[in-house]
Each structure stands twice: as structure tokens, then as C-alpha cells.
Design a protein around this ligand. Structure first.
Ligand SMILES: [Zn+2]
Ligand SMILES: [Zn+2]
Length: 301
């Protein structure tokens, strides 16, 4: 199974020289199991836009010939905050007749997922409605305790503490490897005690790669204690509690420059004491190959 990051930023997209190495697009990750035809996409943040170009065969400089091929994809959305859905209107594959997009996301109490998507993607917020897109799009609401099995891929769903609506985490298993995606995680007030929500621990359970919220330092968390996120040190706590083999810090704060993220990565590695085998700070274009249980890094962008 191959995991490639196209949007790694939390909350708000950013651009400029301070963010050129890690990237400024919001949450979007491509997961490619072996021998499974549909692409698996985690979240629809602004990273969906460069992912669309990548799937069309263009490189980061938009060089190459655009293939304009339709896409068959299963898309798992953690929750409906802007930074996780805003890329959909700008995804070229969504406007191709033979594309088939199956979107799974958190069920809403008063409205169907279909109504919610229609609300955010319709005039006056956007000139084109979601149903005007040419792709065949289906939406499926999840409560957060499902296991979805499709040929050689299993997706386990869990509820994750966050703020402002039901939030899901996903565990994808295939080819004897596993990746767990917890993009937004409200750290507990007593996070330094090592407490981790049991659902989270069960989802992480010895996974090969944990992609986890690493938004704040200690002071930022104290200032934004109920904003729905956690410290990068807490990401390490979660990885250790669930015995993850590797950890990718994700959902970088829009105020964290490349240099700050370098420092964060170094400090988390220092605190690790070797328990988690590999620790990364996710960056746009980074690929982690989980085949053979060894994370081998390369870059597609
Ligand atoms: Zn977010
Ligand atoms: Zn959120």
C-alpha cells in the first residue's frame, strides 16, 4: 500500500516562501493498495486540486500532457469543516462523465450528507451545484463504528474527539499493511498524563503508519485549548499508546513555517526514545510505501 500526501496543512491554506517545502494545501491524502482498482482518497481539502493534476499525469510544475481520464475513487471524509471539503469544486475528475466518486463521511442529524454537500456547493457560495458535476457521485453517511470491506481492502471507522460536528478516523488495511488517518483530534485537558481515548487506541492498534494531527506546541494548545486539536507531542503519545510502527505529523498549523516544522520534527524524534520506528512530518508530494512493512520515502512532486 502506498500513501501520498497532497495537502498536509490544517485549518486554512497558506502559500509563500515560508511554506514552500511542506506545502500549504489542506488535508488530502491518496492511498493506493496493490491490486485494487479504485483510488482511495482521504479528505477533500485544497490538496485535491494538485492530486487531480497528478492523476492526470502532470508534475508539480504542471508539465506533461493532461490525460483527462475519468476516475473511479472511494473517498473517506473525516468531517465537514472547510479544510476537509473545499477542494471538491476544483477537482477536474469530478467533472468527467465516466468518473465514479463514492464519498463516505460523517452522518448528520438533521440533514443527509447529500443536502449538506448541496448546501456548500451551490449558488451563491459557488456558481455550480454539486449535482451539475458530470461524474456519478454517491454519498454515504457513516455513524463511526462501521467496517467496510471491498475485495482486498478493509476500512475500519472510529469516532474521534474534535469540535463542531461528528468527526471520524479511518484505518485502511490491505496487502498485510495498515494506515490510520486521524487528521483532527481534540487533545484531552490532561494530555500530559498520557491518557488516550480508547476508540483512538483501538483504531491505531499496531498500524504501520499513523497520520495524526500535530497542530500545536504546548503554549498554542493552552491558548486554543478547545479548538479541536492537540500538540505534536500528543501525536507521539497516541502513536505509542496504539503501538504504531511509524508516525506522520499532519494538519500543520498555518502559522508554522517550514523551519518551525523542521524543529517540531526534531523535537518529537528526540522525545520518541526509539519506540516508534519512524517519524515524519508530512509534506506535499511525500510518498510512504508500506509494502514490505518498511516505509520507503520518495517524492512524486
Ligand atoms: Zn481540519
Ligand atoms: Zn476540523
Amino acid at each position: 500500500m502506498k500513501v501520498t500526501f497532497f495537502g498536509v496543512r490544517g485549518s486554512c491554506p497558506v502559500s509563500g516562501p515560508a511554506f514552500s517545502r511542506y506545502g500549504g494545501n489542506t488535508s488530502c491524502v491518496l492511498v493506493e493498495p496493490r491490486n485494487f482498482e479504485p483510488k482511495i482518497i482521504l479528505d477533500l481539502g485544497t490538496g485535491l486540486h494538485p492530486l487531480g493534476d497528478h492523476l492526470d499525469g502532470l508534475d508539480a510544475e504542471l508539465k506533461g500532457e493532461r490525460s483527462n481520464k475519468p476516475l473511479n475513487a472511494k473517498i473517506f471524509v473525516t468531517h465537514l469543516h472547510w479544510d476537509h471539503i473545499q477542494g471538491l469544486p476544483f477537482f477536474p475528475q469530478a467533472n468527467r462523465e465516466k468518473s465514479r466518486l463514492e464519498i463516505f463521511g460523517p452522518i448528520q442529524q438533521d440533514n443527509s450528507l447529500i443536502d449538506i454537500y448541496h448546501r456548500f456547493m451551490s449558488p451563491p457560495f459557488f456558481p455550480v451545484g454539486v449535482w451539475d458535476l458530470k461524474a456519478s457521485i454517491s454519498l454515504h453517511g457513516l455513524v463511526g463504528n462501521e467496517t467496510i470491506i471491498d475485495s482486498n481492502v478493509t476500512v475500519k471507522v472510529g469516532t474521534i474527539p474534535h469540535q463542531g460536528g461528528l468527526t471520524l478516523g479511518y484505518r485502511i488495511e490491505s496487502d498485510y499493511s495498515s494506515v490510520v488517518y486521524i487528521s483532527d483530534h481534540q487533545g484531552p485537558l490532561n494530555w500530559e498524563s498520557g491518557y488516550v481515548d480508547q476508540t483512538v487506541v483501538d483504531l491505531v492498534d499496531n498500524c504501520d503508519l499513523l497520520i495524526h494531527d500535530g497542530q500545536y506546541n504546548k503554549q498554542e494548545f493552552e491558548e486554543k485549548i478547545d479548538w479541536g486539536h492537540c500538540t505534536y507531542d500528543y501525536a507521539l503519545t497516541v502513536a505509542k499508546a496504539g503501538k504504531a510502527k511509524s508516525l506522520a505529523l499532519f494538519h500543520h498549523d498555518p502559522y508554522h513555517s517550514d523551519d518551525t516544522i523542521d524543529q517540531i520534527l526534531n523535537s518529537v524524534k528526540e522525545k520518541n526514545n526509539g519506540e516508534v520506528k519512524s517519524i515524519y512530518a508530512a509534506s506535499e508530494g511525500m510518498t510512504i510505501d508500506l509494502h514490505d512493512h518498511a516505509a520507503v520515502l520518495s517524492s512524486v512532486l
